[in-house]
Design a protein around this ligand. Structure first.
Ligand SMILES: Cc1cc2nc3c(=O)[nH]c(=O)nc-3n(C[C@H](O)[C@H](O)[C@H](O)COP(=O)(O)OP(=O)(O)OC[C@H]3O[C@@H](n4cnc5c(N)ncnc54)[C@H](O)[C@@H]3O)c2cc1C
Length: 156
């Protein structure tokens, strides 16, 4: 990171951002073009180890791409108020905080694995604990991305 003064190394701040962000953008490479898809997510963050959880329908473009290549990039952010005033454009900007990284997708195979992933997602989305039956999870795909690397940057 060129602006190392903006690098966030405080794990509690990283956790706070994971909790407060609502959308994770996944970047996938289909061999010809980059496909970016925004998704809601759940997460676990233990001892610096970050895993993101997603759910979706069982077909579609991202799953077609993931069938070929499981490597993804991801990005989450908060964009605060625009700052600056006056007639000089480069005096304008915005407060932001973001996390970017790379990882590998792993699909939940069993109903139990799907339920575990969905619980992480619902915990993040609602702040509540939900129960699922095997029947409820039959029609959805659930996958996780374990981050092989990530960075966090903030312009306060
Ligand atoms: C804030 C937010 C949160 C979301 N959370 C989830 C989630 O948790 N789970 C989930 O499954 N989906 C979520 N979506 C929808 C998601 O972005 C995709 O539309 C959806 O997952 C289908 O993806 P796909 O690759 O199967 O697309 P397909 O249905 O196969 O469609 C492929 C094409 O449709 C267009 N397209 C697909 N998605 C979008 C989009 N979001 N905006 C504009 N054009 C699009 C593109 O041209 C793309 O090439 C969310 C979207 C937003 C904006």
């Amino acid at each position: 990171m060129r602006r190392t003064d903006r690098a966030v190394t405080d794990q509690e701040r990283v956790r706070q951002l994971l909790e407060e962000c609502r959308v994770c953008r996944l970047g996938l490479w289909d061999g010809q073009e980059v496909y970016i898809v925004p998704m809601n997510y759940g997460y676990t963050f233990e001892s610096g180890r970050l895993t993101l959880y997603f759910h979706c329908a069982q077909e579609g473009r991202k799953l077609d791409i993931l069938a070929q290549r499981l490597a993804v990039s991801f990005e989450l952010d908060q964009c605060g108020a625009y700052t600056g005033q006056g007639d000089v454009p480069c005096g304008y900007g915005c407060h932001f905080a973001s996390i970017m990284g790379t990882g590998t997708v792993r699909f939940a195979k069993t109903p139990g694995e799907k339920i575990a992933g969905l619980k992480h997602i619902m915990r993040h989305v609602s702040g509540r604990e939900f129960s699922f039956t095997e029947e409820m999870v039959q029609g959805v795909a659930v996958f996780s991305v374990e981050a092989s690397a990530y960075s966090c940057k903030e312009k306060a």
